[in-house]
Design a protein around this ligand. Structure first.
Ligand code: C2E
Ligand code: CA
Ligand code: CA
Ligand code: CA
Length: 284
């Protein structure tokens, strides 16, 4: 009936109001968080499948953003990255991530750990500035006298979907300058495989959803196997993301993935903990 329709509408409308209000509040809090240094980078090791890097020290890790919220404690990026992106805060946030990463990695380099590489995430909207963000990276590593190969830039598949020619230019610029480039969450986007051949990529990170299904689903095994085979043909290395169990590790070992990243070896941890647990044995 008419009145029911109106009620529905009112309900929906106030729901949206609440949501909009929450978003505004979150955005305000994010601005404060940037000003007051409430963000922190955690690091999660990326190891060989046999963990032999455990003895020799970890050589690769991914930097993952955390928000030390004054009331809510540690908040993960899934809860705020999209809002930062929508609100145009992502540039500032990404610059903070970049500066932190470069400062930390250069500290480790100076301690003799000059064979590590840290992966950094990017947001699709970063690519909209025509590549100024790449200048920022070039500038930042030069300032800290850090070689570009100490940094791996992770981009999600969907970035490659746009018809924007500039993406291709930005990726080759990164490569020319010596940064490594990885495709993140591989397999979940709507991309075609052809760009793997067209673009200069170093690494594929197979999304956790495929790894989770490896133990229960033969199709997933076949799919992951095909991805690894193809990647190796093209000269790319492959990371299995989100490996949690020994059974999953056996599977990714069987399909010849090169690296794993997952709770089975380590969760993301704060900088100092990462250093003491995974790097220290390696320092001079
Ligand atoms: P991602 O890039 O795919 O990062 C991997 C995510 O999987 C991380 O979640 C990590 O903690 C989680 N993970 C790793 N191993 C396991 C496992 O064995 N099991 C399970 N269940 N999870 C595992 P996190 O840290 O919550 O980050 C979520 C996403 O937020 C990231 O996904 C990335 O897309 C985004 N993100 C994180 N840091 C940044 C950043 O600095 N900038 C941007 N733009 N995005 C970021
Ligand atoms: Ca990532
Ligand atoms: Ca490269
Ligand atoms: Ca991922």
């Amino acid at each position: 009936s008419k009145s029911r329709g109106r009620n529905c509408y009112q309900f929906f409308s106030s729901d949206m109001q609440v949501e909009a209000q929450q978003k505004r509040r979150l955005l305000e809090e994010l601005r404060t968080a940037l000003e007051e240094e409430q963000f922190e980078l955690y690091y999660q090791p990326i190891t060989s499948l046999k963990f032999e890097t455990e003895e020799g020290g970890v050589k690769k890790a991914e930097a993952l953003l955390r928000w030390n919220h004054p009331q809510r404690g540690v908040v993960g990026p899934e809860e705020f990255i999209h809002v930062a992106e929508e609100a145009g805060l992502i540039r500032e946030l990404s610059q903070w991530v970049m500066q932190q990463t470069v400062a930390t990695v250069s500290q480790w380099y100076k301690q003799g750990l000059d064979d590590i590489q840290i992966s950094v995430n990017t947001s699709p909207s970063q690519f909209n500035d025509g590549g100024k963000w790449i200048d920022d990276w070039i500038h930042a590593i030069a300032l800290h006298e850090l070689p570009a190969h100490s940094i791996m830039i992770e981009i999600t598949e969907n970035v490659l979907m746009t018809t924007d020619d500039s993406i291709k230019d930005q990726l080759s610029r990164l490569q020319q300058r010596g940064f490594d480039v990885a495709i993140d969450d591989f397999g979940v986007g709507y991309s075609s495989l052809s760009y793997l051949q067209q673009l200069d990529i170093d690494l594929l990170k197979i999304d956790r959803s495929f790894i989770q299904h490896l133990t229960t689903d033969n199709d997933s095994v076949a799919l992951v196997k095909a991805i690894v085979t193809m990647a190796h043909h093209l000269g790319l290395k492959v990371v299995a993301e989100g490996v949690e169990t020994e059974q999953q590790r056996q599977h990714v070992l069987n399909v010849a993935c090169d690296y794993l990243q997952g709770y089975i070896f380590a969760k993301p941890v704060p900088k100092d903990e990462f250093y003491h647990r995974y790097l220290l044995g390696n320092a001079e």
